[in-house]
Design a protein around this ligand. Sequence first.
Ligand SMILES: *Cc1c(COP(=O)(O)O)cnc(C)c1O
Length: 391
Amino acid sequence: MTSHRSLDDFASAKLDALDRKALRRRPRETRHSDAVTVERDGKSLINACSNDYLGLAHHPEVIEAAREATARWGTGSGASRLVTGGHPLLFELEARLAAFKGTEDCLVFGSGYLANLAITPALAGQADLVLIDQLAHACLYAGARLSGARIEVFRHNDTAHLAELLSDHRRSARHAMVLTDGVFSMDGDLAPLPEILALAEQHDAWTLVDDAHGIGTLGGGRGSAHAFTPPATAPLQMGTLSKALGSYGGYLCASHTVCELLRSRARPFVFTTALPPASAAAALKALDLIEADAALSARPLALAERFCMALGLARPASPIVPVVLGSAERALSVSRELEARGFLVTAIRPPTVPEGTARLRITFSAAHSEADVDRLAASLASLTETVEAAQ
Ligand SMILES: *Cc1c(COP(=O)(O)O)cnc(C)c1O
């Protein structure tokens, strides 16, 4: 049993170190009763940190679509699509997403995280160069590392730095890729996509934009590319079905040739079980609802604007509003105080965000009422004043 003991000793020493820095994490039991209300420890809270931006995870028509698909086709898909074949709903979803994003083809994955573990390693290897924004999502980094390519990090949204790195390193690499979030998940700002795409074009580099937070919330729901005029569309557009679409899964929209290559070579497509039919049916229904009602996808950003105006914060670019508080302890304490006032806003700590920038990450949903937003702004204003006074 020595190995069991040494393993537990190792884990316990690691946990102690996390506790000392207020960085230990524990998922807490939480019931999501509707699109914005959660119950925790017997208390009802307004959720202001979910990525279900349109409240579609609780929409009756989305639920019914998932229920019907499950009743008809079962709960699981049984194997990889290459083994047992894919359900027609998956092919339908891919055609629908490609049309929505204006690409030739699309490939659906088990999650957004898996999509990013698939895409970069299928396209880049040791002789290649990957340039990645400093604040890009953890799974873009994971894909970059898995590819074995040389990785150069450019300062957040700094296109001059990206240009410099391209000039210095592009020539010695066979292929190059540029990886960025479209909407940055912890800051809510947008990547300067037109400039990034122009630079990538100049240097024959392939741009992969992760639009996990853009689909359903920006550009009429079509994503951050469509927040620009003309649209700034990268050749590789990935995203998730798990946030504004209220379902589960990930996707890549790209040319037919690129998608074909990934169908044969992307390991997290080949060696993992396909999405269950219910997830595809739910995402398809979500796309129907988004396309039918332009006001739906515009509402989360409008509510974020209302909130920022009330607090005198800069105008937000997306429904994500960071309130940076500095230390992990301070972020935890303000989060606890908000919970006492009826709001769920989880503190975001390193390593999710850089050291010294622990924060509240507030997100707005189409399902919030104006009154919810105003009460949250008032609560936060009074709390940060007391916190400031106490420092
Ligand atoms: C959430 C997120 C992902 C992962 O998507 P999942 O479907 O939740 O795995 C990828 N990229 C970004 C920027 C995200 O915020």
